[in-house]
Design a binder for this molecule. Structure first.
Ligand code: HEC
Length: 149
C-alpha cells in the first residue's frame, strides 16, 4: 500500500515535471541569450510572467507572491551591458528606466496583494505591470536591441 502511494506520488511528480518542461519548450522560438545580456534578463521575465498568469488563474497566492517578488527583484544585466547602454542612450536613459520602475512598482504591489489574497488588486497591478513591459518595448526595444547587438 505504502509502495503504491509512493509510486503515485512519484508519477504525479513526473507529470508535473513534464508540464514545466512543456512550458519551457514553448519558448523554443527564443534565441539563446548571452550571459549577462539584457535579453537574458528579459527571457527570465518572460518565464516569470507566463507562470504568474497561470498562478493568477489557479488562485495560487503563494506562487503569485514568489513570482511577483522575482519580477520586482529581477537580475540586472552585467555592468558592461549597462555601461554600453547608458553611453548610447544619454538623456533617454531616464525615460527607459522609468518603464522599469512601473514594472517594479506593480510587482511589489502584486506581492503584497498576494499576501492579502486580494485577487482583484493582483489583476489590476498585473495590467499595470504588463503595460510597463509593452510601453518600454514599443518605445525602446528596436533601438536598444540595435545598440546591444
Ligand atoms: C525598461 C524597458 C523594458 C521593460 C520595462 C521590459 N522590457 Fe522586455 N525588452 C526590452 C528591450 C530593450 C528588449 C530587447 C533586448 C535585446 O534584443 O537585446 C526586450 C526584449 C524582451 C523580450 C524578447 C527576448 C528575446 O529573446 O528576443 C521579451 C520576451 C521581453 N522583453 C519580456 C519582457 C517582460 C515580460 C517584461 C515585463 C515584466 C519586460 N520585457 C519589460 C526592454 C524592456
Amino acid at each position: 500500500m505504502v509502495t503504491l502511494k509512493k509510486t503515485l506520488v512519484i508519477s504525479s511528480l513526473l507529470v508535473l515535471t513534464g508540464l514545466s518542461n512543456t512550458l519551457q519548450a514553448n519558448n523554443t522560438d527564443l534565441i539563446q541569450a548571452k550571459e549577462g545580456s539584457l535579453k537574458q534578463v528579459m527571457q527570465g521575465l518572460l518565464i516569470d510572467t507566463q507562470q504568474l498568469t497561470k498562478a493568477m488563474l489557479m488562485e495560487d497566492f503563494k506562487t503569485i507572491e514568489t513570482l511577483a517578488n522575482n519580477i520586482a527583484n529581477h537580475p540586472k544585466p552585467s555592468l558592461a551591458t549597462r555601461m554600453t547602454l547608458m553611453k548610447a542612450m544619454g538623456k533617454e536613459m531616464a525615460n527607459f528606466k522609468s518603464n522599469d520602475d512601473v514594472v517594479h512598482g506593480a510587482a511589489v504591489a502584486m506581492a503584497k496583494n498576494a499576501n492579502q489574497q486580494d485577487l482583484k488588486a493582483i489583476a489590476e497591478n498585473f495590467q499595470t505591470m504588463i503595460g510597463g513591459c509593452i510601453s518600454c518595448h514599443s518605445e525602446f526595444k528596436t533601438k536598444v536591441a540595435a545598440i546591444l547587438k
